[in-house]
Design a binder for this molecule. Sequence first.
Ligand SMILES: Cc1cc2nc3c(=O)[nH]c(=O)nc-3n(C[C@H](O)[C@H](O)[C@H](O)COP(=O)(O)OP(=O)(O)OC[C@H]3O[C@@H](n4cnc5c(N)ncnc54)[C@H](O)[C@@H]3O)c2cc1C
Length: 476
Amino acid sequence: MSDTALVWFRDDLRLHDNGTLAGAVAGADRIVPLYVFDPREYGKGMFGLPKRGPYWARFRRESVLDLRSSLRARGGDLLVRHGDPREVVPAVAGSFDADAVHAQTKPGTEEIGTEEVVRSRLAERGIELERSWTHTLYHLRDLPTPYDRIDDTFTPWRKEAEREGSVGETLPAPGTVPIPDFEAGDVPGLADLGVAGSSEPDERGVLAFEGGETAGLERLRGYIWEGDHLRNYRSTRNGFLGPDYSSKLSAWLAHGCLSPRHVYEEVRRYEAERVSNEDTYWLVFELAWRDFFQFQLLKHGADFFTPSGIRGVEKRWRRDREAFRRWADGETGVPFVDANMRELNATGYMSNRGRQNVASFLADFLGIDWRMGAAYFESKLVDYDVASNWGNWAYQAGVGNDSRDNYFYVPGQAEHYDPEAAYVGHWIPELDPLPSEYAHHPWRMSEAEQAEYDLRIGRDYPVPVVDPDERYDEMR
Ligand SMILES: Cc1cc2nc3c(=O)[nH]c(=O)nc-3n(C[C@H](O)[C@H](O)[C@H](O)COP(=O)(O)OP(=O)(O)OC[C@H]3O[C@@H](n4cnc5c(N)ncnc54)[C@H](O)[C@@H]3O)c2cc1C
Protein backbone atom coordinates (compact mmCIF):
# COMPACT_ATOMS: atom_id res chain seq x y z
CA MET A 1 0.00 0.00 0.00
CA SER A 2 1.57 3.30 -1.01
CA ASP A 3 1.07 6.33 1.19
CA THR A 4 -0.04 9.06 -1.16
CA ALA A 5 -1.57 8.84 -4.63
CA LEU A 6 -2.38 11.83 -6.80
CA VAL A 7 -5.49 11.53 -8.99
CA TRP A 8 -5.27 13.84 -11.97
CA PHE A 9 -8.87 14.25 -13.18
CA ARG A 10 -9.23 14.95 -16.89
CA ASP A 11 -12.39 14.15 -18.92
CA ASP A 12 -13.63 11.93 -16.11
CA LEU A 13 -15.33 14.38 -13.77
CA ARG A 14 -17.28 11.84 -11.75
CA LEU A 15 -17.07 9.53 -8.78
CA HIS A 16 -19.21 6.66 -10.10
CA ASP A 17 -17.53 4.07 -12.31
CA ASN A 18 -14.26 5.97 -12.26
CA GLY A 19 -11.54 3.32 -12.50
CA THR A 20 -8.79 5.90 -12.08
CA LEU A 21 -10.12 7.10 -8.73
CA ALA A 22 -11.13 3.62 -7.58
CA GLY A 23 -7.64 2.29 -8.36
CA ALA A 24 -5.98 5.08 -6.39
CA VAL A 25 -8.30 4.75 -3.38
CA ALA A 26 -7.72 0.99 -3.28
CA GLY A 27 -3.95 1.37 -3.34
CA ALA A 28 -3.12 4.39 -1.17
CA ASP A 29 -3.74 5.78 2.32
CA ARG A 30 -4.15 9.33 1.15
CA ILE A 31 -5.45 10.77 -2.11
CA VAL A 32 -4.69 14.14 -3.66
CA PRO A 33 -7.50 14.78 -6.18
CA LEU A 34 -6.36 17.37 -8.72
CA TYR A 35 -7.96 19.17 -11.64
CA VAL A 36 -5.88 21.47 -13.83
CA PHE A 37 -7.42 24.14 -16.07
CA ASP A 38 -5.03 24.04 -19.01
CA PRO A 39 -4.67 27.48 -20.67
CA ARG A 40 -3.84 25.76 -23.98
CA GLU A 41 -7.40 24.41 -24.12
CA TYR A 42 -8.81 27.92 -24.01
CA GLY A 43 -6.40 29.44 -26.52
CA LYS A 44 -6.57 29.60 -30.31
CA GLY A 45 -6.85 26.42 -32.34
CA MET A 46 -6.92 25.66 -36.07
CA PHE A 47 -7.78 28.46 -38.51
CA GLY A 48 -7.41 30.99 -35.67
CA LEU A 49 -10.66 29.82 -34.05
CA PRO A 50 -10.88 29.54 -30.27
CA LYS A 51 -10.42 25.96 -29.11
CA ARG A 52 -13.08 25.62 -26.44
CA GLY A 53 -15.89 28.09 -26.46
CA PRO A 54 -18.01 29.57 -23.68
CA TYR A 55 -20.62 26.77 -23.52
CA TRP A 56 -18.05 24.05 -23.13
CA ALA A 57 -16.05 26.16 -20.65
CA ARG A 58 -19.10 26.93 -18.50
CA PHE A 59 -20.09 23.26 -18.48
CA ARG A 60 -16.55 22.28 -17.54
CA ARG A 61 -16.42 24.79 -14.67
CA GLU A 62 -19.74 23.58 -13.31
CA SER A 63 -18.56 19.99 -13.57
CA VAL A 64 -15.40 20.76 -11.61
CA LEU A 65 -17.41 22.57 -8.93
CA ASP A 66 -19.78 19.62 -8.66
CA LEU A 67 -16.88 17.17 -8.41
CA ARG A 68 -15.39 19.26 -5.64
CA SER A 69 -18.60 19.23 -3.62
CA SER A 70 -19.05 15.47 -4.11
CA LEU A 71 -15.50 14.88 -2.90
CA ARG A 72 -16.10 17.16 0.08
CA ALA A 73 -19.19 15.15 0.98
CA ARG A 74 -16.86 12.12 1.23
CA GLY A 75 -14.32 13.78 3.47
CA GLY A 76 -12.12 14.80 0.54
CA ASP A 77 -11.63 17.90 -1.59
CA LEU A 78 -10.43 18.86 -5.04
CA LEU A 79 -7.21 20.73 -5.55
CA VAL A 80 -7.69 23.12 -8.47
CA ARG A 81 -4.86 24.74 -10.37
CA HIS A 82 -4.72 26.90 -13.50
CA GLY A 83 -1.63 26.19 -15.57
CA ASP A 84 0.08 23.80 -17.94
CA PRO A 85 -0.48 20.25 -16.63
CA ARG A 86 2.91 19.23 -17.99
CA GLU A 87 4.37 21.42 -15.24
CA VAL A 88 1.60 21.46 -12.66
CA VAL A 89 1.05 17.69 -12.31
CA PRO A 90 4.71 16.74 -11.66
CA ALA A 91 5.14 19.77 -9.37
CA VAL A 92 2.05 18.95 -7.27
CA ALA A 93 2.99 15.25 -7.15
CA GLY A 94 6.47 16.25 -5.96
CA SER A 95 5.16 18.66 -3.33
CA PHE A 96 3.03 15.91 -1.75
CA ASP A 97 5.77 13.35 -2.11
CA ALA A 98 3.28 11.21 -4.01
CA ASP A 99 4.15 7.59 -4.66
CA ALA A 100 2.01 7.35 -7.77
CA VAL A 101 -0.09 9.48 -10.09
CA HIS A 102 -3.30 8.03 -11.52
CA ALA A 103 -4.87 9.55 -14.62
CA GLN A 104 -7.38 8.84 -17.32
CA THR A 105 -5.87 8.23 -20.75
CA LYS A 106 -7.64 9.51 -23.89
CA PRO A 107 -7.01 8.93 -27.60
CA GLY A 108 -6.53 12.57 -28.72
CA THR A 109 -3.08 13.28 -30.13
CA GLU A 110 -2.65 16.43 -28.01
CA GLU A 111 -3.90 14.64 -24.91
CA ILE A 112 -1.47 11.77 -25.46
CA GLY A 113 1.34 14.29 -26.05
CA THR A 114 0.58 15.95 -22.71
CA GLU A 115 0.44 12.59 -20.95
CA GLU A 116 3.80 11.59 -22.35
CA VAL A 117 5.53 14.72 -21.05
CA VAL A 118 3.88 14.29 -17.65
CA ARG A 119 4.95 10.65 -17.60
CA SER A 120 8.59 11.39 -18.34
CA ARG A 121 8.77 14.30 -15.88
CA LEU A 122 7.24 12.11 -13.16
CA ALA A 123 9.69 9.34 -14.01
CA GLU A 124 12.56 11.79 -13.41
CA ARG A 125 11.21 12.13 -9.87
CA GLY A 126 10.80 8.37 -9.49
CA ILE A 127 6.99 8.59 -9.61
CA GLU A 128 4.96 6.27 -11.79
CA LEU A 129 2.03 7.41 -13.97
CA GLU A 130 -0.75 4.83 -13.92
CA ARG A 131 -3.15 5.36 -16.80
CA SER A 132 -6.71 4.04 -16.98
CA TRP A 133 -9.02 3.83 -19.99
CA THR A 134 -12.41 4.81 -18.54
CA HIS A 135 -14.54 6.62 -21.11
CA THR A 136 -15.97 3.97 -23.44
CA LEU A 137 -18.59 1.26 -23.20
CA TYR A 138 -16.19 -1.49 -24.26
CA HIS A 139 -12.90 -1.31 -22.45
CA LEU A 140 -9.83 -1.47 -24.68
CA ARG A 141 -9.02 -4.87 -23.23
CA ASP A 142 -12.61 -6.11 -23.86
CA LEU A 143 -12.34 -5.61 -27.64
CA PRO A 144 -12.21 -8.91 -29.54
CA THR A 145 -9.70 -7.41 -32.00
CA PRO A 146 -6.99 -5.06 -30.67
CA TYR A 147 -7.70 -1.42 -31.51
CA ASP A 148 -4.81 -1.09 -33.98
CA ARG A 149 -6.30 -3.83 -36.14
CA ILE A 150 -10.03 -3.04 -35.91
CA ASP A 151 -12.18 -2.61 -38.98
CA ASP A 152 -12.51 0.96 -40.28
CA THR A 153 -16.17 0.36 -41.11
CA PHE A 154 -18.66 0.69 -38.29
CA THR A 155 -21.07 -2.19 -38.90
CA PRO A 156 -18.58 -5.10 -38.93
CA TRP A 157 -16.78 -3.59 -35.96
CA ARG A 158 -20.04 -3.22 -33.99
CA LYS A 159 -21.26 -6.70 -34.85
CA GLU A 160 -18.01 -8.24 -33.72
CA ALA A 161 -18.00 -6.21 -30.51
CA GLU A 162 -21.61 -7.19 -29.77
CA ARG A 163 -20.90 -10.84 -30.49
CA GLU A 164 -17.53 -11.34 -28.90
CA GLY A 165 -16.82 -8.29 -26.74
CA SER A 166 -18.15 -7.59 -23.28
CA VAL A 167 -19.17 -4.53 -21.32
CA GLY A 168 -17.62 -4.51 -17.87
CA GLU A 169 -19.61 -3.85 -14.71
CA THR A 170 -19.56 -0.37 -13.26
CA LEU A 171 -17.47 0.41 -10.21
CA PRO A 172 -19.14 2.04 -7.20
CA ALA A 173 -18.18 5.53 -6.08
CA PRO A 174 -15.73 5.38 -3.16
CA GLY A 175 -17.38 5.85 0.24
CA THR A 176 -14.64 8.10 1.56
CA VAL A 177 -11.71 9.88 -0.04
CA PRO A 178 -9.04 10.50 2.61
CA ILE A 179 -6.87 13.52 1.78
CA PRO A 180 -3.88 15.30 3.30
CA ASP A 181 -4.20 18.99 4.28
CA PHE A 182 -4.05 21.34 1.31
CA GLU A 183 -5.15 24.73 0.11
CA ALA A 184 -7.80 23.71 -2.43
CA GLY A 185 -7.61 26.85 -4.61
CA ASP A 186 -10.35 28.73 -6.43
CA VAL A 187 -12.08 27.49 -9.55
CA PRO A 188 -11.21 30.14 -12.17
CA GLY A 189 -14.02 32.11 -13.78
CA LEU A 190 -14.49 32.20 -17.54
CA ALA A 191 -12.82 35.62 -17.74
CA ASP A 192 -9.76 34.23 -15.86
CA LEU A 193 -9.63 31.48 -18.46
CA GLY A 194 -9.73 34.07 -21.23
CA VAL A 195 -13.03 32.78 -22.61
CA ALA A 196 -14.93 35.48 -24.45
CA GLY A 197 -18.60 35.57 -25.37
CA SER A 198 -21.78 34.75 -23.53
CA SER A 199 -22.04 31.33 -21.94
CA GLU A 200 -25.69 31.72 -21.06
CA PRO A 201 -27.67 29.47 -23.37
CA ASP A 202 -30.62 31.03 -25.17
CA GLU A 203 -33.95 30.09 -23.60
CA ARG A 204 -35.15 28.77 -26.97
CA GLY A 205 -32.60 25.94 -26.58
CA VAL A 206 -33.56 22.31 -26.03
CA LEU A 207 -32.15 22.11 -22.50
CA ALA A 208 -30.25 24.31 -20.04
CA PHE A 209 -27.25 21.97 -19.97
CA GLU A 210 -25.84 22.14 -16.45
CA GLY A 211 -22.42 20.64 -15.93
CA GLY A 212 -21.58 18.00 -13.34
CA GLU A 213 -22.15 14.41 -12.35
CA THR A 214 -25.16 15.32 -10.21
CA ALA A 215 -26.99 17.00 -13.10
CA GLY A 216 -25.93 14.23 -15.51
CA LEU A 217 -27.33 11.47 -13.30
CA GLU A 218 -30.49 13.52 -12.88
CA ARG A 219 -30.89 13.93 -16.66
CA LEU A 220 -30.38 10.20 -17.17
CA ARG A 221 -32.97 9.39 -14.51
CA GLY A 222 -35.42 11.97 -15.86
CA TYR A 223 -35.10 10.83 -19.47
CA ILE A 224 -35.21 7.09 -18.89
CA TRP A 225 -37.34 6.59 -15.79
CA GLU A 226 -39.42 9.66 -15.05
CA GLY A 227 -40.14 10.67 -18.64
CA ASP A 228 -40.21 7.05 -19.84
CA HIS A 229 -38.76 8.20 -23.18
CA LEU A 230 -36.44 5.31 -23.89
CA ARG A 231 -39.22 3.15 -25.31
CA ASN A 232 -39.53 5.66 -28.20
CA TYR A 233 -35.90 6.72 -28.56
CA ARG A 234 -35.21 5.45 -32.06
CA SER A 235 -38.41 6.86 -33.53
CA THR A 236 -37.93 10.32 -32.00
CA ARG A 237 -34.15 10.79 -32.25
CA ASN A 238 -34.27 12.70 -35.53
CA GLY A 239 -36.27 15.49 -33.90
CA PHE A 240 -35.27 19.12 -33.42
CA LEU A 241 -37.43 20.75 -30.77
CA GLY A 242 -37.73 20.13 -27.05
CA PRO A 243 -35.63 18.25 -24.53
CA ASP A 244 -36.78 14.68 -25.04
CA TYR A 245 -36.55 13.70 -28.72
CA SER A 246 -33.10 12.32 -27.87
CA SER A 247 -31.26 11.63 -24.63
CA LYS A 248 -29.17 14.86 -24.58
CA LEU A 249 -26.53 12.94 -22.62
CA SER A 250 -23.65 13.87 -24.93
CA ALA A 251 -22.22 16.76 -22.89
CA TRP A 252 -22.16 14.73 -19.66
CA LEU A 253 -20.54 11.84 -21.51
CA ALA A 254 -17.99 14.11 -23.20
CA HIS A 255 -16.90 15.73 -19.95
CA GLY A 256 -16.92 12.37 -18.22
CA CYS A 257 -19.68 13.29 -15.76
CA LEU A 258 -21.46 10.13 -16.86
CA SER A 259 -19.95 6.75 -17.51
CA PRO A 260 -21.28 5.07 -20.68
CA ARG A 261 -21.28 1.77 -18.77
CA HIS A 262 -23.63 3.29 -16.22
CA VAL A 263 -25.94 4.45 -19.04
CA TYR A 264 -25.77 0.92 -20.44
CA GLU A 265 -26.71 -0.61 -17.09
CA GLU A 266 -29.66 1.74 -16.78
CA VAL A 267 -30.85 0.78 -20.28
CA ARG A 268 -30.58 -2.91 -19.37
CA ARG A 269 -32.46 -2.33 -16.09
CA TYR A 270 -35.19 -0.43 -17.96
CA GLU A 271 -35.42 -3.29 -20.45
CA ALA A 272 -35.82 -5.78 -17.60
CA GLU A 273 -38.31 -3.70 -15.62
CA ARG A 274 -40.34 -1.86 -18.28
CA VAL A 275 -39.88 -2.59 -21.95
CA SER A 276 -37.23 -3.96 -24.26
CA ASN A 277 -37.54 -3.09 -27.95
CA GLU A 278 -35.62 -1.75 -30.96
CA ASP A 279 -35.76 1.76 -29.48
CA THR A 280 -34.18 0.80 -26.17
CA TYR A 281 -31.45 -1.11 -28.00
CA TRP A 282 -30.79 1.90 -30.20
CA LEU A 283 -29.34 4.00 -27.40
CA VAL A 284 -26.72 1.29 -26.90
CA PHE A 285 -26.21 1.24 -30.67
CA GLU A 286 -25.43 4.98 -30.58
CA LEU A 287 -23.04 4.50 -27.70
CA ALA A 288 -21.29 1.97 -29.93
CA TRP A 289 -20.82 4.73 -32.54
CA ARG A 290 -19.28 6.84 -29.85
CA ASP A 291 -16.89 4.01 -28.93
CA PHE A 292 -16.05 3.37 -32.56
CA PHE A 293 -14.73 6.89 -33.08
CA GLN A 294 -12.67 6.70 -29.87
CA PHE A 295 -10.94 3.52 -31.04
CA GLN A 296 -10.56 4.87 -34.56
CA LEU A 297 -8.78 7.97 -33.29
CA LEU A 298 -6.48 5.81 -31.18
CA LYS A 299 -5.76 3.68 -34.24
CA HIS A 300 -5.19 6.45 -36.79
CA GLY A 301 -3.79 9.29 -34.65
CA ALA A 302 -2.83 12.43 -36.56
CA ASP A 303 -4.35 11.19 -39.86
CA PHE A 304 -7.74 11.95 -38.29
CA PHE A 305 -7.05 15.65 -38.75
CA THR A 306 -5.63 15.79 -42.27
CA PRO A 307 -7.68 17.16 -45.22
CA SER A 308 -7.63 13.75 -46.91
CA GLY A 309 -8.49 11.92 -43.68
CA ILE A 310 -7.73 8.33 -42.75
CA ARG A 311 -8.65 7.13 -46.24
CA GLY A 312 -6.31 9.51 -48.00
CA VAL A 313 -9.09 10.82 -50.25
CA GLU A 314 -7.69 13.67 -52.34
CA LYS A 315 -10.28 16.41 -52.85
CA ARG A 316 -9.80 20.05 -53.70
CA TRP A 317 -11.11 21.91 -50.67
CA ARG A 318 -11.87 25.61 -50.87
CA ARG A 319 -11.03 28.12 -48.16
CA ASP A 320 -13.62 30.74 -49.06
CA ARG A 321 -13.68 32.84 -45.88
CA GLU A 322 -16.84 34.76 -46.74
CA ALA A 323 -18.86 31.65 -47.61
CA PHE A 324 -17.54 30.07 -44.42
CA ARG A 325 -18.54 33.10 -42.36
CA ARG A 326 -22.06 33.01 -43.76
CA TRP A 327 -22.31 29.31 -42.95
CA ALA A 328 -20.98 29.85 -39.43
CA ASP A 329 -23.28 32.80 -38.74
CA GLY A 330 -26.38 31.05 -40.08
CA GLU A 331 -26.72 33.36 -43.09
CA THR A 332 -26.43 31.03 -46.06
CA GLY A 333 -29.97 31.74 -47.24
CA VAL A 334 -30.85 28.05 -46.83
CA PRO A 335 -33.12 28.09 -43.76
CA PHE A 336 -32.54 24.54 -42.56
CA VAL A 337 -28.79 25.17 -42.43
CA ASP A 338 -29.20 28.62 -40.91
CA ALA A 339 -31.64 27.50 -38.21
CA ASN A 340 -29.23 24.78 -37.09
CA MET A 341 -26.23 27.11 -37.06
CA ARG A 342 -28.20 29.73 -35.15
CA GLU A 343 -29.16 27.12 -32.58
CA LEU A 344 -25.52 26.07 -32.23
CA ASN A 345 -24.34 29.66 -31.83
CA ALA A 346 -27.04 30.50 -29.30
CA THR A 347 -26.88 27.33 -27.18
CA GLY A 348 -23.78 25.18 -27.91
CA TYR A 349 -26.02 22.29 -28.98
CA MET A 350 -27.37 20.97 -32.28
CA SER A 351 -29.24 17.74 -33.00
CA ASN A 352 -27.50 14.88 -34.76
CA ARG A 353 -29.63 15.31 -37.88
CA GLY A 354 -28.78 19.01 -37.89
CA ARG A 355 -25.05 18.33 -37.53
CA GLN A 356 -25.10 15.92 -40.46
CA ASN A 357 -26.88 18.44 -42.66
CA VAL A 358 -24.77 21.49 -41.90
CA ALA A 359 -21.60 19.44 -42.24
CA SER A 360 -22.68 18.12 -45.62
CA PHE A 361 -23.68 21.61 -46.71
CA LEU A 362 -20.24 23.00 -45.87
CA ALA A 363 -18.18 20.13 -47.25
CA ASP A 364 -20.31 18.91 -50.18
CA PHE A 365 -22.41 21.86 -51.29
CA LEU A 366 -19.90 24.65 -50.63
CA GLY A 367 -16.81 22.45 -51.09
CA ILE A 368 -15.10 24.15 -48.14
CA ASP A 369 -12.34 22.43 -46.17
CA TRP A 370 -14.28 20.23 -43.76
CA ARG A 371 -11.69 20.89 -41.09
CA MET A 372 -12.81 24.52 -40.88
CA GLY A 373 -16.26 23.23 -39.96
CA ALA A 374 -14.85 20.76 -37.45
CA ALA A 375 -12.75 23.49 -35.85
CA TYR A 376 -15.79 25.75 -35.70
CA PHE A 377 -17.84 23.04 -34.00
CA GLU A 378 -14.95 22.52 -31.58
CA SER A 379 -15.20 26.15 -30.52
CA LYS A 380 -18.97 26.05 -30.08
CA LEU A 381 -20.20 22.66 -28.89
CA VAL A 382 -21.03 22.13 -25.24
CA ASP A 383 -20.49 18.40 -25.87
CA TYR A 384 -17.29 18.76 -27.90
CA ASP A 385 -15.33 15.55 -27.95
CA VAL A 386 -12.29 15.23 -30.16
CA ALA A 387 -13.02 11.74 -31.51
CA SER A 388 -16.78 12.17 -32.00
CA ASN A 389 -16.43 15.57 -33.61
CA TRP A 390 -13.53 15.01 -35.98
CA GLY A 391 -14.63 11.45 -36.74
CA ASN A 392 -18.15 12.50 -37.67
CA TRP A 393 -16.95 15.45 -39.72
CA ALA A 394 -14.52 13.33 -41.72
CA TYR A 395 -17.24 10.73 -42.25
CA GLN A 396 -19.62 13.40 -43.50
CA ALA A 397 -16.96 14.91 -45.77
CA GLY A 398 -16.31 11.50 -47.34
CA VAL A 399 -12.72 11.17 -46.10
CA GLY A 400 -13.30 9.23 -42.90
CA ASN A 401 -14.78 5.98 -41.74
CA ASP A 402 -17.14 3.97 -43.89
CA SER A 403 -16.82 3.91 -47.62
CA ARG A 404 -19.99 5.80 -48.50
CA ASP A 405 -19.46 9.15 -50.14
CA ASN A 406 -22.99 10.51 -50.05
CA TYR A 407 -24.08 14.04 -49.58
CA PHE A 408 -27.30 15.19 -47.92
CA TYR A 409 -29.84 16.87 -50.16
CA VAL A 410 -30.55 19.56 -47.57
CA PRO A 411 -33.86 20.96 -48.93
CA GLY A 412 -35.26 17.42 -49.06
CA GLN A 413 -34.01 16.69 -45.54
CA ALA A 414 -35.69 19.87 -44.35
CA GLU A 415 -39.05 18.88 -45.82
CA HIS A 416 -38.80 15.38 -44.44
CA TYR A 417 -37.63 16.10 -40.92
CA ASP A 418 -39.23 19.50 -40.39
CA PRO A 419 -42.45 19.12 -42.39
CA GLU A 420 -44.25 22.08 -40.82
CA ALA A 421 -41.09 24.22 -40.77
CA ALA A 422 -41.65 24.59 -37.02
CA TYR A 423 -37.93 24.27 -36.33
CA VAL A 424 -36.96 26.78 -38.99
CA GLY A 425 -39.57 29.22 -37.67
CA HIS A 426 -38.31 28.69 -34.11
CA TRP A 427 -34.80 29.91 -34.92
CA ILE A 428 -35.57 32.23 -37.84
CA PRO A 429 -38.66 34.12 -36.67
CA GLU A 430 -38.80 36.20 -39.85
CA LEU A 431 -39.66 33.01 -41.75
CA ASP A 432 -42.18 31.78 -39.17
CA PRO A 433 -45.26 33.24 -40.87
CA LEU A 434 -44.50 31.48 -44.16
CA PRO A 435 -46.09 28.17 -45.19
CA SER A 436 -43.49 25.41 -45.05
CA GLU A 437 -42.91 25.20 -48.81
CA TYR A 438 -41.67 28.82 -48.72
CA ALA A 439 -40.06 28.65 -45.29
CA HIS A 440 -37.79 25.86 -46.53
CA HIS A 441 -37.12 27.39 -49.96
CA PRO A 442 -37.49 31.17 -49.67
CA TRP A 443 -35.21 31.65 -52.70
CA ARG A 444 -38.01 30.16 -54.82
CA MET A 445 -40.50 32.89 -53.86
CA SER A 446 -41.58 35.25 -56.60
CA GLU A 447 -41.72 38.98 -55.95
CA ALA A 448 -45.50 38.77 -55.66
CA GLU A 449 -45.24 35.99 -53.07
CA GLN A 450 -42.66 37.97 -51.13
CA ALA A 451 -45.00 40.98 -51.16
CA GLU A 452 -47.89 38.82 -50.00
CA TYR A 453 -45.96 37.77 -46.87
CA ASP A 454 -44.22 41.12 -46.46
CA LEU A 455 -40.81 39.48 -46.60
CA ARG A 456 -38.09 40.67 -48.94
CA ILE A 457 -35.40 38.12 -49.73
CA GLY A 458 -32.13 39.98 -49.71
CA ARG A 459 -33.34 42.49 -47.13
CA ASP A 460 -35.10 40.46 -44.39
CA TYR A 461 -33.41 37.16 -45.08
CA PRO A 462 -30.30 36.41 -47.17
CA VAL A 463 -30.25 35.31 -50.81
CA PRO A 464 -28.14 32.12 -51.18
CA VAL A 465 -24.80 32.79 -52.91
CA VAL A 466 -25.45 29.90 -55.27
CA ASP A 467 -28.97 28.84 -56.24
CA PRO A 468 -29.46 25.60 -54.22
CA ASP A 469 -31.77 24.06 -56.82
CA GLU A 470 -29.19 24.53 -59.59
CA ARG A 471 -26.25 23.44 -57.48
CA TYR A 472 -27.94 20.27 -56.21
CA ASP A 473 -28.96 19.49 -59.80
CA GLU A 474 -25.29 19.69 -60.80
CA MET A 475 -24.31 17.45 -57.89
CA ARG A 476 -26.76 14.69 -58.88
C1 LIG B 1 -20.57 16.70 -37.74
C2 LIG B 1 -20.87 16.06 -36.40
C3 LIG B 1 -20.15 16.44 -35.26
C4 LIG B 1 -20.41 15.83 -34.02
N1 LIG B 1 -19.68 16.24 -32.91
C5 LIG B 1 -19.89 15.61 -31.72
C6 LIG B 1 -19.13 15.97 -30.57
O1 LIG B 1 -18.21 16.80 -30.61
N2 LIG B 1 -19.44 15.35 -29.39
C7 LIG B 1 -20.41 14.39 -29.30
O2 LIG B 1 -20.65 13.86 -28.21
N3 LIG B 1 -21.11 14.02 -30.38
C8 LIG B 1 -20.90 14.60 -31.59
N4 LIG B 1 -21.64 14.21 -32.68
C9 LIG B 1 -22.55 13.07 -32.56
C10 LIG B 1 -24.02 13.38 -32.24
O3 LIG B 1 -24.51 14.34 -33.12
C11 LIG B 1 -24.22 13.86 -30.80
O4 LIG B 1 -23.59 12.99 -29.90
C12 LIG B 1 -25.72 13.89 -30.45
O5 LIG B 1 -26.40 14.72 -31.34
C13 LIG B 1 -25.89 14.41 -29.04
O6 LIG B 1 -27.24 14.45 -28.68
P1 LIG B 1 -27.84 13.32 -27.72
O7 LIG B 1 -26.97 13.15 -26.53
O8 LIG B 1 -29.25 13.67 -27.47
O9 LIG B 1 -27.72 12.04 -28.63
P2 LIG B 1 -28.53 10.66 -28.60
O10 LIG B 1 -29.18 10.49 -29.92
O11 LIG B 1 -29.41 10.57 -27.42
O12 LIG B 1 -27.38 9.57 -28.51
C14 LIG B 1 -26.94 9.00 -27.27
C15 LIG B 1 -25.45 9.16 -27.18
O13 LIG B 1 -24.80 8.40 -28.17
C16 LIG B 1 -23.64 9.09 -28.63
N5 LIG B 1 -23.79 9.37 -30.06
C17 LIG B 1 -24.95 9.48 -30.76
N6 LIG B 1 -24.69 9.67 -32.08
C18 LIG B 1 -23.35 9.67 -32.20
C19 LIG B 1 -22.45 9.80 -33.29
N7 LIG B 1 -22.88 9.98 -34.56
N8 LIG B 1 -21.13 9.79 -33.05
C20 LIG B 1 -20.66 9.62 -31.80
N9 LIG B 1 -21.45 9.47 -30.73
C21 LIG B 1 -22.77 9.49 -30.93
C22 LIG B 1 -23.56 10.38 -27.86
O14 LIG B 1 -22.68 10.21 -26.77
C23 LIG B 1 -24.98 10.59 -27.38
O15 LIG B 1 -25.07 11.31 -26.19
C24 LIG B 1 -21.40 14.82 -33.93
C25 LIG B 1 -22.12 14.46 -35.07
C26 LIG B 1 -21.86 15.06 -36.30
C27 LIG B 1 -22.64 14.64 -37.50
